[in-house]
Design a protein around this ligand. Sequence first.
Ligand SMILES: Cc1cc2nc3c(=O)[nH]c(=O)nc-3n(C[C@H](O)[C@H](O)[C@H](O)COP(=O)(O)OP(=O)(O)OC[C@H]3O[C@@H](n4cnc5c(N)ncnc54)[C@H](O)[C@@H]3O)c2cc1C
Length: 348
Amino acid sequence: MKNILIAGAGLSGLTLAWRLRNKGYEVNILEAADKAGGRIQTVTLNGDTPVEMGATWFGEKHVNLLSLLGELGIGKFQQYDTGIALFESMSFVPAQHFDIPPAEEPTFRIQGGTSTIIHTLLEKIGSERLFLNTAVKRIEEQDGNLVAWDNHHREWKADAVVLTIPPRLLVNTVSFSPELPGQLSGIMQSTHTWMSESVKFGLAFETPYWRNNGYSGTVYSQAGPVVEMYDHCSFKGDAYALKGFLSGSVQHLDEAERKQQVMDQLKKLFGNNVPMNGDYIDRIWSREKFVHYPYDGYIIPHQNNGHSIYRQAFMNGKLWIAGTETAPAFPGYMDGAVTAANSIAGRL
Ligand SMILES: Cc1cc2nc3c(=O)[nH]c(=O)nc-3n(C[C@H](O)[C@H](O)[C@H](O)COP(=O)(O)OP(=O)(O)OC[C@H]3O[C@@H](n4cnc5c(N)ncnc54)[C@H](O)[C@@H]3O)c2cc1C
C-alpha cells in the first residue's frame, strides 16, 4: 500500500485525501492551522446565520466542483439578486438605483454554507488522519523515500508528498533537500495567491429589511468602506444577512470602528431605519499567516496561476505541488482546487 503525506487541509488537500483513501492508499494530512478549510470558512452569526468569510460563489462552468458536490450529495441554490441594486460613484452624491439584467449564467451558493464541503469530506476521510496545528517545515529525499519534518520536530516518512499550500507561501516557509529547481522556486515566488489581499465582512439581521423595501442587497461603491455587497440570506430563507468586501484602507481601524463605518454607509444607502441589531464580523485575509505571504513588488491577480511547471513531479517523481493556484483551468477558484486534486489522484 502506498503511504501519501498531504500538506494542507483545504478543499484541494481534503478532496485528494478522499480520492486516495477510496483507492486504498494510506493518507496522513498535516494542517498548520487549528481547523480545516483553508480559504473556505463559514462562520455563524446571530446563532444560526451562516456567513462566508472565504469562498462563496460558483457557476455551471465549474464542472469539477459540481461533480464533487454531486458525489458528496451537497445541494446548491441560486444567489438572490431580485430588486434594486445601488451604485455609489462618489461619497457626496446620492447612490444611483439600477436594475441588473438577468445573468446569462446563474451564480450559486452551497446549501448550509461552503464549509459543508469541508465537513462532509472530513466525515468521509476520518478525522484521525488529520493532524491540526501541524505545519510542514522541511522535506528531504532519503534513500528513495521522502521524509517531512513538522513544527513539532516530528518526522513523517512517505512514498510521496503532495503540498497543497499556496505556492508563494510554500516556497517561503518550507525548505527542501535537495533544493527545488530554481525555475520552480522562481515561479512559486511570483504566483499570486487568489483573494488573499481581500477584506470580507458579514452582517446578520433579524429581518431582511432590504428585501422588504425592494432592494436586492447588491451594492457597488467607490465611496467605501463597503466596495461590493450582496444579499447573503440562508438557503431556507430563515436567516438574514448581507455580505461583501471592504476597501483595504480600513485595515488600520479596529473591528468596532470598521463595523461603525459599514453601518453608517448602510444607513446612507438604505435609510436611517436600518436595524442595527445584527452580529458583525470581518476578516482581513492578508493577516492569515497560513494563506498569505507578502509580495516583494507588484503582482497581477492570477499571475502564474496554472503555470505548466505545476504539472511536473519533483524529487524523482515523489513530490507534487497541488492546490488551486496550480490548476490548468479556473486556478484560484474552488473548481481549480478540485481539478488539481483530481489530477494528482489520477497520476499517483
Ligand atoms: C475572501 C475569499 C473569497 C473567495 N471567494 C471565492 C468564490 O466566491 N468562489 C471560488 O470559487 N473561490 C473563491 N475563493 C478561493 C477559494 O477559497 C480557493 O480557491 C480554495 O478554497 C483553495 O483551496 P486550496 O485547498 O487549494 O487552498 P487553501 O484553502 O489555501 O488551503 C491550503 C491549506 O494549507 C494550510 N497550510 C499552509 N501552510 C502549511 C504548512 N506549512 N503545512 C501544512 N499546512 C499548511 C493552510 O492552513 C490551508 O488550510 C475565495 C477565497 C477567499 C480568501
